[in-house]
Design a protein around this ligand. Sequence first.
Ligand SMILES: [Zn+2]
Length: 333
Amino acid sequence: MSTESTLTGALSSFDAALQAGRVAQAYLVVGNIREEGMPFAEQALMRLFCQGLMKPCGECSACVQIREHRHVDVVWIEPEKKSRVVGIDRIRDLLQVVYQTSYSGGWKAVVLAGADRAGEEASNAFLKTLEEPPPRCIYFLLSDSPQAIMPTILSRCQRIVLSTEAERLPDPWQSELLGILSAPCENSLSGRMGRAKKLDALLADIKKTVEKEETIRFREEQEAMRNPDDRKTPKGDEDVLSARTEARFRGLRSMVLRTMLFWYRDLLVTGCGADATSLRHPEQAGLIADLARRIPYAEALANVRVIEDMQRQYDRNLSSEHIVAAAMSSLRG
Ligand SMILES: [Zn+2]
């Protein structure tokens, strides 16, 4: 689906919720922040605040102010330019606004762009307002990496997915994974072990990259918070760094499993005669059709169950090598 039709679809669901008086308190808008998240938030806000007859008219003063991000009852928060982080001070400013009465006598709204860029202190302060919401206040959290947001915040948001890119494993990992899955392993022991080794290596590479990126980001945050009079950079809380690294790695690992699950579901439904348009990996339709012809239905179904079990085993904290080796030796095709 193109971005435009996804956006239109998301807005009509929002309209329906608004008309039914069932607007959620907080929405997590997953997608590119500038190109998808911001336009969605602006359009949704116009629907709430528009004073025209046909809402949103796009022309009344409320609509114009929203488009220009200067409506008095809407707070826009973005990561600071220098540190690329949403600071605790901005969250405190926001609290002041949301607990005041609305100027326009109706809604108040908060748009938190880059919700995944809020540090722990800012995230906790933000969580408080989600837990003790002021009346008639709506939140839009925009993010292109929702797996990096605190789970306690995520659980309070209704998710709107504008682009599946943000839900997809980033390249080159996605292509590597599809390469591993599509390479024939001849159902031999060495073939299966080779596949397990490649998958282990892919997970290790993801982990190493996440550790490196999170460390750099953490050091930059420390640097940005440094008092200019201090000579030394304050020593950061290493627990925060490791918790963040772990959360992001787990998110990416879930995407690996989801990609695998879609792959084996595609094989299953293709074997049952579904056409390419219903596949999650339509670009691989030819290859999937070839593989599907060689796998009996019962085995294709068993493959899907093997992948579903992997996530359950990870949730039980079993060792990754063990999970991968066991799964790869059970998969067929
Ligand atoms: Zn209007």
